[in-house]
Design a protein around this ligand. Structure first.
Ligand SMILES: Nc1ncnc2c1ncn2[C@@H]1O[C@H](COP(=O)(O)OP(=O)(O)OP(=O)(O)O)[C@@H](O)[C@H]1O
Ligand SMILES: [Mg+2]
Length: 201
C-alpha cells in the first residue's frame, strides 16, 4: 500500500523576542492509506505543532510534507483537522453546523448535502439535527464535529487530543465510536494524545 502522508525531516523553531524554541527536530513519519496512527507524548513535546504544520496552518522551518506524492505548502483540502474543542457554533443548529464545512469550501450542493445527511443518519444524530449544540451531550457534540469534518471528504484526518475535554468514561465511549466511524469510512487518521488510554485503539 502506498504512503498517503510522508513527513520528511520536519523541524520547527518558534522565534520570540526573548529567544527561540525548537519545538520539532528532524521528524520523519510515513503513513499508509487507511492506517490509524497515534502519537503519544508529554505536554510540550510538539504534538500540536506537528499537526498544525501538516494542516498548513503553521509554517515549518525545515522539511517537506508530502500528501499523495505531492508536496503540500499551506492548507490542503485533502486534510481535515479536529481540535481539542469541538468548535461548534452555538447559534446554529446541528444540521447547519454540519453543513458549515461545505459552505466554507463552496461545495454545498445536493450530492454533498445528502452525503452529510447520511452521515448524520448513520451515526445516530439525524433526530437531533434541529437541536442546538448546548442541547447535546459532550460525546454527541464530538460526533457532530466529526461529521462536519468528514462531510468535506478529507483524505487524511488529524485529531489533536480531540476527546480530552470529556470525562474518562465518556472519552472511552466516544473514542470507540469515532474509531469505528473512521474505520467504516476508511479515513486515514493521525491522532495525537498525551493519554495512553486514548492511544490503545
Ligand atoms: N505559537 C507559539 N509560539 C512560541 N512557542 C510555541 C508556540 N506554540 C508552541 N510553542 C512551544 O513549542 C513547544 C511545543 O508545543 P506544542 O503545543 O506543540 O506541544 P504539545 O505536545 O501539543 O503539548 P500539549 O500536550 O500540552 O498540548 C512548547 O515548548 C511550546 O511552548
Ligand atoms: Mg497540544
Amino acid at each position: 500500500m502506498e504512503d498517503i502522508l510522508d513527513i520528511q525531516n520536519v523541524s520547527k523553531k518558534y522565534q520570540q523576542k526573548n529567544g527561540e524554541t525548537l519545538a520539532l527536530k528532524d521528524i520523519n513519519l510515513k503513513i499508509k492509506k487507511g492506517e490509524f496512527v497515534s502519537i503519544i507524548g508529554p505536554s510540550g513535546c510538539g504534538k500540536s505543532t506537528l499537526l498544525s504544520i501538516i494542516s498548513g496552518l503553521e509554517d515549518k522551518t525545515e522539511g517537506k510534507i508530502i500528501v499523495e506524492n505531492e508536496e503540500v505548502n499551506g492548507v490542503s483540502s485533502k486534510i481535515g483537522y479536529m481540535l481539542q474543542k469541538d468548535c461548534l457554533l452555538e447559534w446554529r443548529t446541528i444540521y447547519s453546523n454540519v453543513l458549515l464545512g461545505l459552505e466554507i469550501k463552496g461545495i454545498k450542493n445536493k450530492k454533498n448535502t445528502q452525503y452529510a445527511e447520511n452521515l448524520l443518519k448513520k451515526y445516530g444524530l439525524f433526530d437531533f439535527k434541529d437541536k442546538f449544540p448546548n442541547q447535546l451531550s459532550g460525546g454527541m457534540r464530538q460526533r457532530a464535529a466529526l461529521i462536519r469534518t468528514l462531510s468535506v471528504k478529507p483524505k487524511i484526518l488529524l485529531l489533536d487530543e480531540a476527546f480530552s475535554a470529556l470525562d474518562y468514561q465518556t472519552r472511552i465511549k466516544v473514542t470507540e465510536d469515532i474509531y469505528n466511524i473512521l474505520k467504516k469510512e476508511k479515513i486515514t487518521t493521525l491522532m495525537v494524545t498525551h493519554d495512553i488510554t486514548d492511544s490503545r485503539f
